[in-house]
Write a protein that binds this ligand. Structure first.
Ligand SMILES: CC(C)(COP(=O)(O)OP(=O)(O)OC[C@H]1O[C@@H](n2cnc3c(N)ncnc32)[C@H](O)[C@@H]1OP(=O)(O)O)[C@@H](O)C(=O)NCCC(=O)NCCS
Length: 231
């Protein structure tokens, strides 16, 4: 399901349940040593998806350790992202020479509690959510979708920005056509000869899930980049 949201050159692997026999290499096993069973299962299936995605991309299915901020550490020259929620796990990868950023997120298609919605949105985002609700009621839980889009953007941001982004540091604009844009409200780093100002992504609501994927960067001067030209 999520692969259809990715930019050309990126591939994904997904799972809808966990394999009780899933085994992890030592550098991954130490990340969840002592974790509760549910966390162990989601992490293990996420890493199995990561290796399946790497293999689909024609890359060696190596271990993917975890960095200090919780980020997956992909092999040199590879970018990727992992997500899990109840009933769904996925990983997406691409060669860094083909795709500039990748961030994926899955959420149950359920309402966000009001206090959470308030905490993760800006006034303009809440105004646009009301318009979406009026234009397409029942198509998706729009507040939860916006939350997912911002989490995808954070996962795409982290390898470039290397720091936490607060929910008020970026503003998401969800469009009913299955696309969205997340605009940074803080200065971004230089990317491909321009300054990073935001991200573009795609979303879907299917089978009780909301899936989002960020696969392009927006820079100033205004350019929308999927990947770095290789020639
Ligand atoms: C990190 C975070 C985005 C994870 O999202 P989530 O919905 O809780 O959980 P998901 O299952 O979708 O994703 C978890 C995966 O995210 C990845 N992840 C964690 N930290 C990460 C980081 N700093 N950068 C990139 N990916 C990260 C990991 O692969 C993790 O899975 P793993 O531990 O099994 O490897 C979220 O917990 C968080 O910290 N959000 C606050 C920052 C934010 O989203 N700001 C929005 C600004 S617009």
């Amino acid at each position: 399901m999520i692969e259809g949201l990715l930019p050309p050159g990126a591939v994904a692997a997904e799972a809808f349940d966990d394999d009780a026999d899933g085994r992890l290499p030592a550098e991954e096993a130490r990340v969840v040593a002592g974790a509760v069973a549910g966390r162990h299962r989601e992490f293990t299936t996420g890493r199995l998806c990561a290796r399946r995605a790497l293999a689909r991309a024609g890359l060696p299915p190596v271990a993917v350790p975890t960095g200090r901020a919780g980020e997956p550490c992909w092999p040199e020259g590879v970018i990727g992202s992992i997500t899990h929620c109840a009933g769904y796990r996925a990983a997406a990868v691409a060669r860094a020479c083909d795709v500039t950023v990748l961030g994926i997120d899955a959420e149950p298609d359920l309402p966000l509690p009001d206090d959470t919605l308030e905490a993760i949105t800006l006034p303009d985002e809440r105004r646009r959510l009301r318009l979406l609700e009026r234009a397409a009621p029942g198509r998706a839980h729009w507040g939860r979708l916006l939350f997912s889009a911002k989490e995808s953007a954070y996962k795409a941001w982290f390898p470039l920005g290397r720091r936490l982004l607060d929910f008020s540091d970026a503003e998401a604009d969800i469009r009913p056509d299955g696309s969205f844009e997340v605009t940074l409200r803080v200065p971004g780093p230089q990317v491909d000869g321009g300054r990073l100002t935001g991200f573009g992504g795609r979303w879907t609501a299917y089978g009780g899930l909301l899936l989002t994927a960020v696969g392009t960067v927006v820079t100033t001067p205004r350019q929308v980049l999927v990947g770095t030209p290789t020639n």
